[in-house]
Write a protein that binds this ligand. Structure first.
Ligand code: T4K
Length: 425
């Protein structure tokens, strides 16, 4: 085999000269940012609900067509605050196939959590599995609109209504997503967005709760400001959840670009699908007729028998080609050490979650991605497939064999430590 056809892990040339990142935050044009900065210099208001935060709240609410948007310093604190504001006690139903923030936020509030399995097709909580998992203690369902896609909202709403449960969404990854013609954000009793740098719409760090409920909004505003209702008088449990004026400025300058960035991302999504369709063992997600995603994540599922490698192995091999992918979510939350200890009697039966964790790989997506870059990523995946037997030999001691092996060596990061430490094979 010619060296140029070898993946970098076997000594070939990496497809990129420098790391091709999983995501790249978009910045507003410098003149626009400078313009906004001048306003900040003049006002000298950097935080505590200044002009930028208030305007961004209004703009987001009108973008989504919802009454209220309460901005926060991040989505994790927003979710903690929401659970407190809604007085959700007892048990909350959540998926384990999510970023840890979803459940960590609940545990801070001392809520009990009940993991419910996902549906393999949508990777979101399976409405058919709810009935067997509720009890008298259940107060809410917290599904996650994962990878910018939609949950089966109509079924979830019916179930929540039937059992008088609150329905709140972790829509951290789904700003700009549409379900049956309605914006995600407006479906649940309240929903949480993340505006972290890695998100389609970002403010560096940031998050929001959106809701039509005015009382809830007012309470959230109080909670994020130490629980003050009048100067230094705490009338509620509170914390510091405020977004800074600088963060809000970035958001103000980026919001208008969201529709055109979503259409760029859609084009990239389609190109990925077209480019990957002939690679054995790689399956792209089906289109969901009820949902227009924001296309900010592109995931594939990998059949190791047909492709020749697992998702984790491919993730590792691609790093050497300087392609940064993410095995979201390996391990799923319930498999992590803290949760294993917390639920020491191991009451989990989440086969689809485990399956997703062992098969899903998210590929890099940038709204400004060049066709050439996309072609290089696809080429790198092909090279790995063709050389999978040799790669597996190289990787024997580098990727964990099972969950236990992964947890036993918490310092071993299966992701891009090679890039970070410049440790190349
Ligand atoms: N619920 C869900 C479902 C979530 O996905 C999240 C967050 C939350 C709740 C909580 O939201 P926040 O409290 O964070 O607002 C990232 C983010 O840190 C996290 O916000 C996000 N989900 C999660 C899915 O992804 P990492 O650790 O995987 O990101 P990291 O640092 O490895 O970066 C990913 C790629 O982006 C790399 O290729 C580097 C590149 N990058 C990253 C940053 C931060 C940049 O190019 N520039 C940057 O500034 O967690």
């Amino acid at each position: 085999m010619k060296k140029s056809n070898l993946p970098a892990i076997l000594g070939g040339e990496p497809v990129f000269k420098e790391a091709y990142h999983f995501v790249r935050p978009v910045f507003p044009p410098i003149p626009e940012l400078l313009n906004g900065l001048e306003g900040l210099y003049e006002s000298r208001y950097l935080t505590n609900q200044g002009n930028n935060v208030r305007t961004l709240e209004e703009n987001i609410a009108s973008f989504l067509d919802i009454r209220h948007c309460a901005l926060f310093c991040n989505a994790t604190i927003a979710l903690m605050s929401l659970v407190h504001a809604m007085e959700l006690e007892g048990e909350i139903i959540v998926p384990s196939f999510t970023f840890a923030a979803t459940t960590q936020a609940l545990l801070w509030k001392k809520n009990q959590i009940k993991f419910v399995d996902i549906n393999r097709k949508s990777l979101t909580i399976d409405p058919d599995k709810l009935e067997n998992n509720i009890s008298e203690k259940t107060s809410a369902i917290l599904p996650v609109n994962i990878f910018g896609r939609c949950c089966e909202h109509d079924e979830l709403r019916k179930f929540a209504q039937k059992h008088n449960l609150a329905l709140i969404y972790d829509s951290a990854q789904a700003f700009g997503t549409i379900y049956k013609g309605t914006a995600v954000g407006t479906l649940g009793d309240a929903e949480v967005f993340s505006f972290h740098a890695t998100k389609l719409f970002h403010t560096g760090e940031g998050g929001a709760v959106v809701t039509d409920n005015s009382g809830l909004y007012e309470r959230l505003c109080k909670i994020r400001n130490f629980g003050f209702s009048s100067y230094l008088n705490c009338t509620d449990l509170g914390l510091n959840g405020k977004m800074s004026e600088f963060s809000a400025l970035i958001g103000l300058k980026l919001l208008d670009s969201i529709p055109s960035r979503i259409s760029n991302l859609k084009r990239i999504y389609q190109k990925y699908k077209e480019g990957l369709k002939d690679i054995p063992g790689i399956t792209c997600p089906d289109d969901d007729l009820d949902c227009i995603p924001n296309y900010s994540y592109f995931y594939v599922t990998i059949d190791p028998d047909k492709f020749g490698m697992t998702n984790l192995e491919l993730n590792y091999a691609l790093v050497l080609d300087l392609v940064v992918t993410r095995c979201y979510f390996y391990p799923p939350v319930h498999r992590t050490s803290y949760y294993q200890k917390l639920f020491s009697n191991n009451p989990f039966d989440l086969p689809e979650t485990d399956w997703a964790s062992l098969h899903v790989l998210c590929l890099p997506v940038h709204s400004e991605m060049l066709d050439d870059d996309l072609a290089k990523i696809i080429e790198a995946i092909w090279r790995c497939h063709v050389n999978s037997k040799s790669i597996k030999k190289v990787l024997t001691d580098k990727t964990p064999e099972n969950w236990e092996a992964f947890l036993a060596q918490p310092t071993r990061d299966p992701y891009d430590k090679y890039i970070l430490s410049k440790e190349r094979a």
